[in-house]
Design a protein around this ligand. Structure first.
Ligand code: SF4
Length: 288
């Protein structure tokens, strides 16, 4: 099969979205914060939150000097608020272990709180210009279709990195573009539900398209419904705490009219267990 690098590079140069973290000089801290926010959250929702976050805490040391409650409050309604706590912890670790500079080494990045394979490599490649494979869910879908002829990728694993590494050009700058381009193609052209093959730079070599788009078992985990979920209850409790911060809220006054009191209490317990809330003297607080 001809390589995917050349057509991806040409396509990316003419079609990539202008996103804040792709602009020159955005920096490793901005890249790290953006990657935390982009886990689980769409680009359009992330951008205003990212700008506000970096405006308030332009360096890891600035965030480390703030309290975790401020981080959770600033996170607002971005969802999955443990990310705010992890980002705060990572900022403290960067200050204490790395002199306030986001590390470049993938292993050092992986040792920070809340950073997995994808984020570590994304920072090393997109912020520092190093040569590593970067694989997100969009890249995995593109490779599954073009190379394997499958509608959806199998479960994620270390093999994903090896197969992407095999597609990267030797040139460091081009390798970074291919990483970004595969993700971008999956995000805006080869989407999960409605691939736009007529404008795809890989159409001529796509095995799935050549095979007539055979269906394959969709093994992606379905996102649970939000309405009525424990996540919604946790979000409601956290909102009350954010609105009251730095003061706390008497436990009896934490969403007292929630339709399922047991669910609300589970939400409170789980927030405490996750370090997102603290109970003290019959009241509940953001972490202090
Ligand atoms: S040809 Fe269609 S299915 Fe194949 S990679 Fe391109 S957009 Fe995806």
């Amino acid at each position: 099969m001809p390589g995917i690098a050349a057509p991806l590079i040409a396509w990316y140069r003419g079609n990539a979205r202008d996103l804040p973290w792709r602009r020159p000089g955005f920096g490793a801290w901005g890249t790290l914060v953006s990657e935390f926010m982009l886990q689980q959250t769409p680009v359009a929702r992330v951008i205003p939150h990212l700008e506000a976050w970096l405006g308030r805490w332009p360096t890891p040391a600035d965030l480390a000097a703030a309290g975790p409650a401020e981080a959770v409050t600033q996170w607002a309604n971005l969802g999955y608020p443990r990310r705010a706590l992890w980002l705060h912890r990572a900022a403290v670790e960067i200050r204490d272990r790395h002199g306030g500079i986001v590390p470049r080494d993938v292993h050092a990045l992986l040792a920070l709180t809340g950073i997995g394979d994808y984020t570590a490599r994304a920072v090393a490649v997109f912020a520092y210009g190093d040569r590593h494979p970067v694989v997100d869910t969009n890249t995995r879908r593109v490779l599954a279709r073009v190379v394997d002829g499958a509608a959806q990728p199998g479960p994620p694993g270390k093999a994903d990195l090896a197969r992407m590494a095999a597609e990267l050009p030797a040139d460091i700058d081009e390798a970074a573009i291919v990483n970004a381009a595969a993700m971008e193609l999956g995000a805006i052209v080869c989407t999960a539900r409605a691939p736009r093959c007529d404008v795809c730079p890989l159409a001529a070599q796509c095995a799935w398209r050549a095979a007539g788009y055979p269906a394959s078992e969709d093994r992606r985990r379905r996102q649970a419904k939000y309405e009525g979920s424990d996540r919604q209850a946790r979000g409601a409790v956290l909102k009350v705490l954010r609105d009251a911060a730095p003061a706390g809220v008497r436990l009896d006054d934490v969403v007292p009219d929630w339709p399922d009191a047991g669910q609300r209490d589970r939400a409170i317990d789980s927030l405490i267990a996750d370090g997102l809330a603290e109970a003290d003297g019959g009241a509940l607080f953001l972490p202090r």
